[in-house]
Design a binder for this molecule. Structure first.
Ligand SMILES: NC(=O)C1=CN([C@@H]2O[C@H](COP(=O)(O)OP(=O)(O)OC[C@H]3O[C@@H](n4cnc5c(N)ncnc54)[C@H](O)[C@@H]3O)[C@@H](O)[C@H]2O)[C@@H](O)CC1
Ligand SMILES: [K+]
Length: 511
């Protein structure tokens, strides 16, 4: 269930299934059934339901649901957008199966919407080709104005299922039922907020359909913990990897400490925090497990990185975006360790990306860039409005040679190979994870995971999954604190998450 399908890929899955012997009307009947089942759970039996049916197959699902709800005792009213005499194929079949009246949507008295217990939005789904305007836009605005529970069929009408954006007005749903797999629009903002609670219904799509139609990315999840380093019982600390974190000047020194301490929590055996001389004093008591090294400039860093026991390096949290930082990044890029570039190490290259990307591409060890949307724009621009966030991350990864972590409530992780099986969307991050220091923690988790030995080998799928695991763990760790979360809570929460997901290897001896 983890593959994400664009509406076009979903259409290809429908077609594949139909070509392999399942009539389209069977798929539509199951889709309508799934919608009716959720509708029943949202409104009391005998409740009043308004079904708004559009001119395509999304409307077809609406007519099926209307029939099933009416036969279950609901008081169903159907309004059609567009000329129902033009309905074709499966949608026409569904329309013909509805025995009640169909009112033209333009004749609806929208002030009566408040009298319904549920509005079923079956206006537009995967077939949306442009922003809504005219009668469709007016209807959608009236639905939103009514403030009644709304169940969207497949997608809230007006929402682009590929991009997660609406070019015109879009339905604000209470709940959305989609079919077979999630679409990017259900996860990418602002689409995710328009969908409400999302359910994915099985409508009997052929099990080979996705391999034939392709997918665009994968949803992260607990399954990624299979990429946690499998620790042998007699492992020594050097066998568990060694991370070097570069800390910044005193006024931003906390960032490096956050990254470093959490890198240790992520399971790496040793972490050294490299600090400029003015930050070296103080704070040892709080972080006794960290080793420290003096690092005044790029030359010091190059010297530190000559230690070939180092397996990963995190650079950027707490660093000032300037020439000195750029030189440190170059020194780090010349090393053989996995590298996470964040914050100041990203912004330092605004408007001067060519030398950065050339050096990243020349590396054999993985390089990870973790920009939030502002940092992303500084490196890659924001002119490509027709691309989804997934496609933007894939393109930026290809262009930079780095594994891209495009952060946000809908973080996308993409490998430079651009492959869907090396692309992830993360959806477990609570809104309060957007807090000072949260990004430093993420950089530390990712470096801590990449440092561990079995992630060092050069398999793009494995490396990207490891980075995606870091993003997922960060989201999980952010949940228990609630809105009071501060970044330092994440370290203890990460410990709890890892306790939960790590299999115990200890042999209990009965005495
Ligand atoms: N056999 C299948 O392919 C299945 C399809 N299903 C349903 O079919 C839907 C897709 O159906 P369609 O491909 O017919 O697409 P839609 O029903 O989403 O919309 C297509 C219609 O809307 C018009 N349109 C698009 N954008 C518009 C705009 N901005 N303003 C006004 N009109 C606009 C198009 O000209 C076309 O007539 C899915 O979302 C799903 O609900 C499900 O029944 C499962 C099976
Ligand atoms: K819809």
């Amino acid at each position: 269930m983890r593959e994400l399908l664009t509406p076009a890929q979903m259409g290809a899955c429908d077609a594949f299934t139909i070509n392999h012997g399942t009539p389209g009307i069977d798929l539509m009947e199951r889709a309508g059934q799934a919608v009716a089942d959720v509708a029943k759970a949202m409104t009391p039996k005998n409740g009043r339901v308004l079904v708004l049916a559009g001119p395509g197959k999304n409307g077809g699902d609406g007519y099926v649901a209307a029939r099933l709800l009416a036969s279950a005792g609901y008081d169903v009213r159907v309004a059609a957008l567009g000329d129902t005499r033009k309905l074709e194929g499966d949608a026409k079949w569904a329309f013909d199966g509805w025995n009640g009246d169909v009112l033209p949507a333009t004749e609806l008295d929208t002030s009566e919407f408040a009298a319904y217990g549920l509005i079923l939005d079956a206006l537009f789904g995967a077939g949306l080709t442009r922003g809504l305007d005219g009668a469709a836009a007016a209807l959608v605005q009236a639905v939103n104005h009514a403030e009644k529970p709304v169940l969207a069929v497949d997608l809230p009408s007006g929402l682009d299922g590929r991009k997660g954006q609406a070019l015109g007005p879009a339905v604000q749903a209470t709940s959305t039922v989609t079919f077979h797999r999630l679409k990017p629009g259900h996860l990418l903002y602002p689409g995710r907020a328009l969908c409400g609670a999302i359910r994915v219904a099985d409508i009997g799509i052929h099990h080979d359909a996705i391999s034939a139609a392709g997918f665009t990315a994968q949803l992260t999840g607990a399954y990624l913990t299979e990429h946690l380093f499998d620790l042998s019982a007699d492992a020594h600390k050097y066998a568990r990897g060694h991370v070097l974190v570069i800390g910044g000047p005193p006024e931003k020194a906390g960032a490096g400490f956050l990254s470093a301490s959490v890198a240790l929590r992520a399971g790496t055996g040793l972490v050294t925090l490299a600090l400029p001389p003015e930050t070296m004093a103080g704070s040892v008591g709080q972080y006794p497990a960290l080793m420290r090294a003096r690092c005044a400039d790029a030359r010091d860093l190059a010297r530190l990185l000559r230690d070939d026991r180092l397996t990963a390096c995190a650079l950027g949290p707490g660093l000032t975006p300037n020439e000195a930082t750029r030189q440190m990044v170059y020194a780090a890029l010349d090393s053989k360790t996995a590298l996470v570039l964040d914050a100041g190490a990203i912004t330092a290259f605004a408007g001067m990306v060519t030398p950065l990307f050339e050096r990243i591409m020349a590396r054999s060890a993985p390089t990870v860039l973790t920009p939030h949307s502002g940092e992303f724009k500084r490196l890659f621009g924001d002119s490509e409005t027709n691309l989804s966030k997934i496609e933007r991350a894939q393109k930026a990864a290809r262009g930079s040679g780095a594994i891209l972590v495009l952060k946000g409530a809908d973080t996308v992780i993409a490998h430079p190979n651009g492959r869907a099986d090396c692309t992830y969307v993360n959806a477990n991050a609570p809104p309060w994870l957007a807090t000072a220091g949260s990004g430093d923690v993420l950089a530390g988790i990712v470096a801590g995971l990449l440092a561990q030995p079995d992630t060092a080998h050069n398999d793009p799928q494995h490396q990207t999954a490891t980075v995606a695991l870091g993003v997922w763990l960060h989201g999980e760790a952010g949940q228990p604190s609630g809105p009071a979360l501060v970044a330092t809570d994440l370290e203890a929460a990460l410990q709890t998450v890892l306790q939960r997901v790590s299999p115990s290897q200890f042999i209990a001896v009965q005495g």
